[in-house]
Every structure is written in C-alpha cells, then in structure tokens.
Design a binder for this molecule. Sequence first.
Ligand SMILES: [Zn+2]
Ligand SMILES: [Zn+2]
Length: 446
Amino acid sequence: MRARILALASLLAAASLSAQNSALDAKVDQELPSLVTTYKALHAAPELSHHEDKTAAMLAHELRGFGYDVTEHVGKYPKPEWEGHGIFALMKNGAGPTVLVRADMDALPVEEQTGLLYASHVHTKNDAGVDVGVMHACGHDIHITSLIGTAKLLAAMKDQWHGTLVLIGQPSEETIDGAKSMLADGLYSRIPKPDYALALHDSSELETGKIAYTPGYALASSTSVDVTIRGRGAHGSRPEVSKDPIVLAAQFILAIQTIVSRENSPFDPAVVTVGSIHGGTKYNIIPDDVHLQLTIRTYKEEVRQHILASLDRIAKGVALAGGVPEDRAPIVKASETEVTPAMYNDPALSEREVSALKRGLGADNIVEKPPVMGSEDFGQFGLEGHKIPTFMFMVGAIDTDRIATSQKTGVPLPSLHSSLFWPVPDTTIRTGVKAMTVAVLELMKK
Ligand SMILES: [Zn+2]
Ligand SMILES: [Zn+2]
C-alpha cells in the first residue's frame, strides 16, 4: 500500500512538474518573436567596450517598462575619458534572498563576415583612432536579449518568488574591466549585497537547446601584456648601423614558446599568445621599435607570476644577445586594468542549479564540460575569496546541421570572436530565457 502511495505521489509530482514546465514554455514562446526582433536590432548596432551608451540606454528603457527601478551610468575607470555605461535594475518583492543576474553588453573590433540579413555594418574609430568594424562576435547581444526576456517573465511571475532581484547590464567584459568598474563605483553599497550571482554565456560549439556547466574553476585568469622591443632605426640598406627590433621581436616570439613547454609543469594549464605585432612604416626603413600585445591565461596565480617574470627575462636576454644598449632595453608591462582572476563556479550552488535546470529543461539537455582557457570578469561580482557564490552556465548556440557538417568535413566551427560566428537566434534565446528564469526561481521561489 505504502509503495503504491509513494508511486502515486511521485507520479503527481512529475505531472505537476511537467505542467509547470509547459506553463513556462508557453510564457517564453509568447515573448520570443519580440525578443528575436530586439536581438536582431542589437546585433546590427554593436558598440565597443567603454562605449556601450546606446545599448545600455535601450536595456534600461526595457527594464523600466517592466517595473524595475533602474540606475544608469554606473562605472568608474582609471581613464577619466571612459564613461561608465553600467546599469543596475532592482525589483524588491518582500523579504527573501538577493539574487544578481548579469548580462554583458559590449561588442568587438571585428568586421562581420556572416552575410546575415541583420549583420552589422558598423564602423568606428577605436581608442587608438584606427577605423575598425564592430561586431557582436561573442554573442553578448544574446545575453542582453536573454536578460530582457528573463526580466519580463519574472516581473510577471512576482507571486511565485520573493526577495530582491538585481539585474546588471555590464559594460566592457571584453576588456575585462567592466565588472571592476561597477564595483569601483560603489555597486555593493548602492544595492543590497547579493546572496548569489548568476550569468550565462553562449557557446559556439554546443548545440542550441542545450546547457553546459563546469563546477569549480571553469575559466582561466587573463592578463594582457604590452611588450616594446626597442632597437636603433636605420636605412633598410644599412643594417650594420642598426639594432633591428623586427629581427629581435621575431627571436623573442620564438623564444617565449618555451615558457609553457619547458618551464611550466604540464599539470598547470597555461597559454601565452601574441595577438598583435606592429612595427615599421615602409619597405626600406628599419624602425626604432616594435610593439607586441600578448594575452596570458593560467589557473594558478604563481604560474601567472612565473610567466610574467619569464617574459621580462627573455625579452631582456634577446636584447642583450642582440647588442642593444641598456638604455634601449625592452619594456614588458602587464596591464593593471585588463586583468581578471580565474572564474569559480561555487560547487554547492552549481549542484543546486544543475538539478533545477535538469528538472526545467530535461536532464538530456544539461551537460557537464571540462574547464577552458577562456576568461570572464563575471567572477568579480563574487568578490575576492569567492565571498558571494557565483554560477555561470553556457547556452548552446549552434544548429545540429552546422555541427554535423563540421564533424563530417573536419572544418572547425567558427569560434567566439570569429567574424563568421553566428548563434541561432530563436532557440538560443528561448533556452537562455528559460534556463535563467529557472535558475533564479530555484533561489527565490516561495
Ligand atoms: Zn568575448
Ligand atoms: Zn563574451
């Protein structure tokens, strides 16, 4: 008898869960057409990091329309010419936990090549005054749209949750100084300090409709480094009177390949990438210097410190071997602003959210993934020492046809930041909105 009652109870629970899920599905589907329109408008009008004014104004306007109390122009940068374009939006709904949900808003200096009808044709001058194409090549437009959908649904479902919901439109994620800029502008003294912080990011590898997660350390630390190799310029026909910084830079680039392969334990993941190199003006001039921009990714702080010291040592060693005078020694400078620690998904919060997501979206759609060497500054909202539990999950953005073609041909799919990357709008936004709504309700439900 008892077994039969238990079986009946679990059947009833399953039936009520599936009714809840289809009610939520219906609400998301009702909003989807207008969300896709919003997404396409955002995609066609991307703005670079530190310049997200129109995007932020649009998000603030939407959230105000749903009844949120919105504060704009949040963010303080060390460079006074950069304005803070962050926003926070509050909805107070009685006593209960405070949950922060963050979406990042900035785009990248990439010239879009997707050929989509709603592709970006935006060009602008970057901070160095160079004309660049601008593209939402990381899918932050998906994140903003998902936040708008989640905000609208949760505002309409106020009877089902309690506490304070804080929505964040974060600027400058790509330069990893946006979260910091909001905290530096007193974010946590202007809102109730969150009990939990949540975020999502689209994935350029995962099938749309699916969610991926990594408990514990999930994303690496990132540090931008500027290297200036200085020499002595001369006529291109007179190398004997020069100290050629182009040749020295070439030697430096090859020499630093041994940092990860020969100086670092294979058990400590690390990446050293030279992303840009600029030097010279003309065929027949040996320039005075060459400028390189590097990114370093590690999980451990001591590995990061070791790599920075090695870059400095190798740069100086190459210059010494090349006979560069001491007063023209190379300059290796780690950025003080473009730096963020490894992203940590609180294991207990991850476990709780993963089971909620499995109930809400189906266990088959939730997959665990190993950590990657990508980086995020979302972890900053958890404060140093992971004081506030944070959880970020990935939302699949690619249709099955493209995944199958890539597997068949062996040609990799365009990654995030590629000029050819494009997420499937409808199913990706639907999954993003539903997953984030489920994740918030798990923490705030009555
Ligand atoms: Zn990115
Ligand atoms: Zn991103």
